[in-house]
Design a protein around this ligand. Structure first.
Ligand SMILES: Cc1ncc(COP(=O)(O)O)c(C=O)c1O
Length: 283
């Protein structure tokens, strides 16, 4: 597999990253994940804007974000993935510096940049039968709006979900369900959909942004309001969203089995509105 690493297209096993890279030692970096539909990057501008925001937030100077789009298409071509949909992973760390010290390295140290693309085998057209999620106390820091590579709490939470026979863990902070370990979280109440407002407690998901627009133009009312654990039973449906997750209906939260155990009507409607939007190619 060909990947991009610090200005070069290399075979994956040719990539050499120093043990003194700040990503390896401090998780000092950010990342981005995007995907294609119809072989075109979906909402690329939103992903690159978020990457720029993340870089700015942690003060990594990397001025070549706008070149990453061409790099991804080049990787798709080099790997002959042109006939399948792909997911792209970008990681930028503060670079390599020896000796190890917490404060930033000198200005001349260049960020380490890695990009890989992977074919997607999943089927976007079917919604799936629904998933179980668990609730997990949010032990993350309070800058969850930065797409940081420091993901240990999310790794542990998602593994806990898997151990419990679930697919996702939903973070609960001060009695509020903010988002999933790697997804945004939504509830449906009386045909209106709810998702946490943008803040430092959630990642501004691109799928979240797209879905809000798609729902509003499809006549579904969206409320960017928090969902409280104490009010969970007043909601009829729940689902999660993410770039690779797309829309996944939730049919069980901890031991609570929702409704008839099948994806809800509104969730199905939202999924079909999203498919329609993807098929329109107007993005
Ligand atoms: C914590 C978290 N929230 C939400 C999302 C969904 O974001 P997006 O829709 O941009 O993939 C992700 C994606 O990785 C995430 O890690």
């Amino acid at each position: 597999m060909k990947v991009y690493f610090n200005g070069q297209y290399l075979e994956l096993d040719e990539v050499r990253i120093s043990p003194f890279d700040r990503g390896f030692q401090y998780a000092d970096g950010v990342y981005e994940v995007m995907r294609t539909y119809y072989e075109k990057l979906f909402h690329a501008r939103d992903h690159f804007a978020r990457l720029k925001e993340s870089l700015k937030a942690i003060r990594i100077k990397y001025n070549e974000v706008d070149e990453l789009e061409d790099i991804i298409y080049k990787l798709i071509e080099l790997n002959s993935y042109s006939n399948s949909e792909t997911s792209a992973y970008i990681q930028i760390t503060r670079g390599e510096f020896y000796p190890r010290k917490h404060s930033f390295p000198p200005e001349n140290v260049k960020p380490t940049v890695f990009v890989a693309v992977t074919p997607i085998s999943g089927d976007t057209r079917t919604l799936g039968k629904g998933i179980k999620v668990i609730l997990e106390e949010d032990i993350r820091w309070s800058r969850c709006n930065i797409k940081s590579i420091s993901l240990l709490p999310s790794v542990l939470a998602n593994q806990h979900a898997v151990d419990e026979g679930a697919e996702e863990a939903i973070w609960v902070r001060d009695g509020i369900l903010y988002e999933g370990s790697h997804t945004n979280f939504w509830g449906v109440k009386d045909e209106k959909i709810f998702t946490a407002p943008l803040s430092n407690y959630i990642l501004p998901g691109v799928s979240r942004k797209v879905l809000i627009e798609v729902c509003r133009s499809g006549g579904i009312e969206v409320k960017e309001e928090v969902i409280k654990e104490s009010e969970l039973k007043t909601f009829q449906e729940f689902f999660i969203t993410g770039t690779n997750t797309e829309v996944k209906p939730i049919i069980q939260i901890n031991d609570w089995k929702l409704g008839d155990g099948k994806p809800g009507i509104i969730t199905k409607k939202i999924h079909s509105l999203l498919l329609h939007y993807i098929d329109s190619k107007q993005w």
